[in-house]
Design a protein around this ligand. Structure first.
Ligand SMILES: [Zn+2]
Length: 99
């Protein structure tokens, strides 16, 4: 791993429309924490000046996630295991043996 340049990138090409340029802006970030809506003002986000695509800064999102979940080791995930219900199949009736 090597950092080629320490040049701070303030813009980069949009990967959605490939014509615009993503610029760093400070927006208000909304997220849900259980049943509560959390609002974070001045949240860094990249906004395309052509198509308007928004991409929140990954580091900032990670920071916020860590901030909002102090019990990081505690995950309450709804375990959704797909269950296969095997339909009972008929048609296995053997023909009665004839003598
Ligand atoms: Zn765009």
């Amino acid at each position: 791993m090597s950092i080629p340049e320490q040049e701070p990138k303030s813009t980069f090409p949009c990967n959605a429309c490939q014509a615009g340029v993503m610029r760093l802006q400070l927006l208000t970030y909304f997220t849900w924490l259980d049943d509560e809506m959390v609002m974070v003002p001045n949240f860094p986000a990249w906004v395309c000046d052509v198509c308007g695509k928004r991409e929140y800064d990954e580091r900032a999102v990670n920071w916020l996630t860590t901030l909002l979940s102090p019990n990081a080791g505690k995950t309450t995930l709804n375990q959704k295991t797909p269950r296969r219900v095997q339909a009972a199949r008929r048609g296995h009736s053997r023909p009665p043996s004839t003598e």
